[in-house]
Design a protein around this ligand. Sequence first.
Ligand SMILES: *Cc1c(COP(=O)(O)O)cnc(C)c1O
Length: 367
Amino acid sequence: MSCDFIGLANTGVQGLKPYEPGKPIEELERELGISDIVKLASNENPLGPSASVRQAIDNAVADLSRYPDASGYGLKQALSSRLSVSPEQIVLGNGSNEVLELVFRTFVTPQHQVVYSQYAFIVYALLTQSCGAKHRAIAAKDYGHDLDAMLAAVNDDTRLMCVANPNNPTGNFIDAATLKAFIAKVPSDVLVVLDEAYYEYLSEEEKADSCAWVNEFPNLIVSRTFSKAYGLAGLRVGYCVCHPQVADLLNRVREPFNNNSLALVAAEAALNDDEYLAQSVELNRTELKRVCDWLDAKGIDYIPSKGNFVTINIQKDAMPTYQALLEQGVIVRPIGGYGMPQHLRVSIGLPAENDRLLESLEKIGFA
Ligand SMILES: *Cc1c(COP(=O)(O)O)cnc(C)c1O
């Protein structure tokens, strides 16, 4: 006799819907029997890994039979000197997604409430639900965070607030002064995750000195990743900067070898490769502008973005457009799961990949 496993699962998990990733290239190849596919669906770095990363991985392969350094010493030292924070303030994760998960597992229980914005990164909602915690998804303002409304939603049960800046999937951006004023108003026993997955794409003037703010606001947790501008999405490395006591707690929950040894050396090499990062950021700057100029010229509505993607308003159910693009061999990202069924998120690729997208939009009659 079979058992009702759903009934056995944690209450929060029972109603959970899995994260919907971008469609893999191989899957579309199998489905349509076509090749030469362009994937602009997961905000990956289109340049591929840098030569220095490949070299670091080559050098580390000989030691694959050994366990990785569970403390991530080398990478933490490198981050510590880059970010001017102490290694005790850094926690490494298997992608910044794992860092978020550690924060939730460490601090959020079913008694607690988590506050985030409508249209914010969907992982905040998924983690809140998997913890069985209460959520307040605050109505967005121009697709971005309504920080005042988020503050007003804080109550005695609120344990955590999540802010993505720039936000995914909308690309919205909050300037440093506004952000700092917001964090200053959050009660000191409410943690704030500032998710800066796209930080490196900002201009020097736009970049907040957020890691330094942790000294002023011990309840602040700044998370960043090697998956986007550093080009290591496949290896899964992210980190957060936080108060040493918070870091100590997160490290108690963290599994000892959460970062594999190739990921650790690759992230360190990527961090030291200023040229690759600058090239990646510059490519994104010029190509994002080119794609947006094209959309402007065609009179197509989109949300202005500070990330490596742009979210286009299809003005009707976006799924037929998504499907038609798939048939052209172009994978973009439907975001109905975010409550945005009329938008498609498009990552910025190489010039030729972006050309394919724009040509395909014309071809399917959207532009
Ligand atoms: C991509 C992304 C992440 C997580 O990426 P990882 O690959 O897990 O580091 C976190 N937050 C936002 C807003 C993202 O877009």
